[in-house]
Design a protein around this ligand. Structure first.
Ligand code: TYD
Length: 203
């Protein structure tokens, strides 16, 4: 099973990573936690570049997909083949949300990269942490040193959020919207019920 976590910066997905890992382990699954951009030695170098150096939006998109190519080859496919549950903190929905929604690249251009890099692989379930942009921004204001994306203005994050929600409407079977404004406990209850339903439908 391939699970991805998505959402605007500050929507709270990081607070649930360890909990998700434990949830699957408690069911007896072997779990592979990973992230994008990154997840491999080359991918982590590309992450450093793309989060901190300014560049053309198309360069940014190409780097995301270059890192993804390596990640799929080195980590995601081997782990899935070995029967592990793969949980990736972000994947291609983030490229559509940030590089198309946020930066304004045409979706058709990214669709070409998507079919080049992973025509035959999609997440089984995507947990989209959603939160009004102003609340996400307030949460981020207290966070550590912001990266290039976190430093963007509220309208950038509003476009990212809208792009994510549009994708959730297009792929309702795969993308489950999680209300990130609720308490940790409430969010975990929703996560557990979404995952139980997903496991049932995949069984
Ligand atoms: P994030 O996942 O939020 O990590 P952290 O919690 O450590 O800040 O940071 C990754 C950033 O990269 C995030 O702002 C979104 C951005 N990103 C893209 O713009 N496109 C992509 O395809 C991916 C995977 C991430």
């Amino acid at each position: 099973m391939f699970i991805t976590l998505e959402g605007v910066d500050g929507a709270g997905k990081s607070s649930h990573l360890a909990w998700l890992e434990d949830w699957f382990k408690a069911r007896g699954n072997r779990v592979r936690m990973t992230r994008e951009p990154g997840g491999t030695p080359i991918g982590e170098k590309l992450r450093e570049l793309v989060l901190h150096e300014s560049m053309h939006p198309e360069t940014e998109a190409l780097i995301m997909f270059a890192a993804r190519r390596e990640h799929i080859e080195q980590v995601i496919r081997p782990a899935l083949a070995a029967g592990e549950v793969v949980i990736s903190d972000r994947f291609t929905d983030a490229s559509f949300a940030y590089q198309c929604g946020g930066r304004g690249l045409p979706e058709a251009r990214l669709a070409v990269l998507e079919s080049w890099v992973h025509a035959d692989l999609q997440p089984d379930v995507t947990l989209l942490f959603d939160l009004p942009t102003e609340i996400a921004a307030r949460r981020l204001a207290n966070a550590r040193a912001p990266d290039r994306f976190e430093r963007e203005q509220t309208d950038f994050h509003a476009r990212v959020r809208a792009a994510y929600l549009r994708r959730a409407e297009c792929y309702p079977q795969r993308i489950k919207v999680i209300d990130g404004s609720r308490s940790l406990e409430q969010v975990r209850m929703q996560l557990a019920s979404e995952l139980a339903a997903a496991l049932e439908s995949l069984a």
